[in-house]
Every structure is written in structure tokens, then in C-alpha cells.
Ligand binder design. Structure first.
Ligand code: SF4
Ligand code: SF4
Length: 93
């Protein structure tokens, strides 16, 4: 089974974001909303340049891509909404 990839993310203020790509090994999505729980701001950047983030877990069971609290899509698009970052690939069952 392949981990769903974070295809792009416009949260350039997140420490894991470089060039609108996510560079941490795995993000966690959820809970009540399909938001990135790994989003973090700070003075210095984190993650690894040669890593493209994957969806490590997702608590949003009402999404049609969610099976057993894992993301079964091939990739997700992430975007800033207000003060958080949402999974735009979310599709209600
Ligand atoms: S997906 Fe989450 S952790 Fe990755 S860059 Fe975007 S906000 Fe940051
Ligand atoms: S597509 Fe659905 S299951 Fe996958 S991370 Fe987004 S909300 Fe979770």
C-alpha cells in the first residue's frame, strides 16, 4: 500500500513548506474538520528537502477517501483557510 502524497500546499508560512511543497515525512489530518494538524510556524524551516510529505493518518472518517482512518487517495491538495490549512481533496461520503 502506498502512502497518499501531499501534492501541494500553499501554506508557505509553515515550517515544513518550501516552494509550496510539504517536506515532512508524514502529516496528520483531522479532527472535526479536514485540517492539517502538523501545520506549524516558526523562525526556521524543518523537514528534509528531498522528502515529499505523505498523509500519515486522517481522522476524518466521513471523507469518501477515508478507510480505517487512513487516506486512500493517491494525493491531496492542501490550502490555507483562515488560520488553518485544509485538505481540499476532502469529499463527503
Ligand atoms: S501539509 Fe501541513 S505540514 Fe505540510 S506544508 Fe502544508 S501545512 Fe505544513
Ligand atoms: S482526502 Fe479525505 S481521507 Fe484523505 S487526507 Fe483528505 S480528508 Fe483525509
Amino acid at each position: 500500500m502506498k502512502m497518499s502524497q501531499v501534492l501541494d500546499c500553499d501554506a508557505v508560512n509553515c515550517i515544513y513548506n518550501k516552494d509550496k511543497k510539504c517536506h515532512t515525512l508524514a502529516v496528520n489530518i483531522g479532527d472535526k474538520e479536514p485540517l492539517c494538524d502538523t501545520f506549524m510556524t516558526g523562525a526556521s524551516k524543518g523537514g528534509f528537502d528531498d522528502v515529499i510529505g505523505g498523509v500519515g493518518s486522517c481522522k476524518v472518517s466521513e471523507c469518501s477517501f477515508n478507510k480505517s482512518y487512513e487516506c486512500m487517495s493517491t494525493g491531496v491538495h492542501m490550502s490555507i483557510v483562515g488560520d488553518h490549512v485544509d485538505c481540499k481533496t476532502y469529499h463527503k461520503k
